[in-house]
Ligand binder design. Structure first.
Ligand code: FDA
Length: 516
């Protein structure tokens, strides 16, 4: 522990010196002793409260850079003094790996919180935007729409998700079928590497730029900003939502959806989700919800649905004609008349959650769905939700190795298993996790296999992890690496060997250097 205290003092002095601060006026570095600021700032964007009471290690420093140079100083001092960094942008990491550590050693680490680096500069004439990594998706949507009403950007549904993690893991939402992932539309980057250098696409080399689009930037450095290619959106889009219970034919509809949604015109996106509702045993049922977006006015929307998926029975009163930015409010669960809600960075829930993911390559039979419903109806408390995201369109046109995100043609849809709960007792948490794992088990015969693929942005520690700080080997990391990155895993490990051979940017589910 004495050693720890020295390490901490040395790191602090190094950082203050490199950034021109002094310990009497720490402008951007906080320690847990600083009780007035540390806890509030540390908790400010934590989405998953489960990790505050899990016994995980918390940081010895919280650093809030205001310029890229501060991030460079953190890396240089961290390397000299043996302090690792966890980089946090929006704090939505499913396993809390942007702000806690599960290592058994108690080596100090620092959280580098990029929420201060969130400027957004839209170039409407060029249809591009430079976006600070600490911005949220809501801030991006708000600023893009304000600067250029005919431009949009294809990224996730929840407005508080951070740009930093989201774009480097893939990133998808309602424009996914038309324009692909957020990562497919990143055209340049400013990033600090393990040498503390500030690089751009031109100076980092194409293989590193390839790796951080889908491979998780946390393995390679600190993204300070991304340059995004904006995409055209019409003045009027149409959104809709319809729900059906088992008694109203939900199973049949979902069964049809699997063979329709991935092949719809690119302008039409229909996702679905299921939850168990009602009191057991008599009123317990499954409710399937179909939410959609069409890039055009109401009349054309109804015509498109009636042609391709008439049994869904969407009526004019289920629809809403909106601007693109209003559609982001709609899917994000905000009131439609308050665009400024997109600027609210506070987590919408004070809760714990768990997610897992799968990819489906063959339609699941109606009989199999009935077995799945049984598991979903077992629990009586917070609903376990399954969200089905249709593939097809632009996603199928892009090659598996175009960027590090590999899940393309051959997939019909992505499944997210998601559950949120509000109790903090360990037994409750365990009960919820067990239930979700049982459902995941039940799904085994119906989803991708060898490897069973998973989506990095729905990070799942059940796939495996290493707690030996800095020492994950390639074979060990294949347990999760092959599932997140399929055949791109090997190239990712080779890029890692070139840019961070000592594995400074280590985490429990990281990509280790592989030099062969
Ligand atoms: P956070 O800051 O926790 O970082 C996540 C990971 O990225 C960590 O490993 C972190 O170290 C690393 N990282 C963050 N910033 C970095 C930077 N600047 N440089 C290098 N590494 C960095 N996904 C999706 O595709 N579509 C969706 O609609 C949604 N919706 C959604 C809703 C809710 C409520 C949650 C909690 C999550 C989602 N997601 C999602 C998943 C989301 O895309 C995923 O959790 C992202 O990694 C979150 O990025 P943040 O920056 O917010 O997280």
């Amino acid at each position: 522990a004495a050693n720890d205290i020295d390490t901490q003092a040395n790191f602090l002095n190094c950082f203050l010196e490199a950034t021109g601060g002094s310990s009497s006026s720490p402008s951007m570095i906080y320690t847990p002793n600083d009780t007035s600021n540390f806890a509030t700032l540390y908790r400010s964007s934590i989405q998953n409260l489960r990790f505050l009471s899990s016994g995980a290690e918390t940081p010895s420093f919280l650093i809030l850079p205001s310029v890229a140079h501060d991030a460079q100083a953190a890396v240089l001092c961290g390397r000299i003094h043996g302090v690792r960094l966890r980089v946090r942008s929006g704090g939505h990491d499913y396993e809390g790996l942007s702000y806690v550590s599960f290592t058994s050693t108690d080596e100090p680490f620092a959280v580098l919180d990029l929420s201060g680096l969130r400027s957004i500069e839209v170039d409407a004439a060029d249809h591009t935007a430079w976006v600070g990594a600490g911005a949220t998706l809501g801030e991006v949507y708000y600023n893009v729409a304000a600067a250029s009403p005919t431009d949009g950007f294809p990224a996730g549904i929840c407005s508080t998700v951070g740009v930093g993690g989201h774009m480097s893991g893939g990133g998808f939402g309602s424009l996914l079928r038309k324009y692909g992932l957020a990562a497919d539309n990143v055209v340049d980057v400013r990033m600090v590497n393990a040498e503390g250098e500030l690089l751009t696409r031109e100076t980092m080399g194409e293989d590193l730029f390839w790796a951080i689009r889908g491979g998780g930037a946390a393995n390679f450095g600190i993204v300070v900003a991304y340059k995004l290619r904006l995409v055209p959106v019409p003045p009027k889009l149409t959104v809709f939502s319809v729900s059906r219970t088992l008694g109203q034919g939900a199973t049949r509809l979902l069964h049809s959806w699997q063979s329709i949604a991935p092949w719809l015109a690119d302008d039409l996106w229909i996702r679905s989700s299921v939850i168990a509702i009602g009191e057991a045993p008599v009123n317990r049922t499954i409710q399937a919800t179909f939410q959609g977006l069409f890039l055009g006015p109401l009349g054309a929307t109804l015509a498109a649905i009636n042609m391709s998926f008439p049994e869904l029975g969407v009526r004019a009163e289920d629809c809403n004609e909106l601007s693109w930015v209003e559609s982001t409010l709609y899917f994000g669960g905000h009131a439609l008349n308050n665009t400024r809600a997109l600027l609210n960075r506070r987590p919408a829930f004070n809760s714990s959650f768990k997610g897992k993911s799968d990819f489906v390559r063959e339609p699941i039979s109606e009989k199999a769905w009935e077995g799945i419903w049984k598991v979903m109806m077992e629990g009586e408390e917070e609903p376990l939700e399954m969200i089905f995201e249709p593939w097809g369109g632009r996603l199928w046109e892009i090659e598996d190795d175009a960027i590090a995100f590999p899940h393309r043609k051959g997939n019909l849809y992505n499944i997210q298993y998601f559950m949120r709960w509000f109790e903090t007792q360990t037994e409750m948490t365990e009960r919820h996790l067990t239930w979700m794992r049982r459902l995941y088990e039940e799904m085994t015969p119906h989803v991708s296999s060898n490897p069973r693929a998973a989506y990095l942005n729905y990070k799942d520690i059940d796939l495996g992890s290493s707690t030996e700080e800095g020492r994950t080997n390639y074979t060990e990391a294949s347990a999760w690496g092959r599932r997140y990155f399929l055949s791109n895993f090997e190239k990712l490990a080779k890029v890692k060997a070139r840019v961070d051979p000592e594995n400074y940017f280590w985490n429990e589910q990281g990509i280790p250097p592989f030099a062969a």
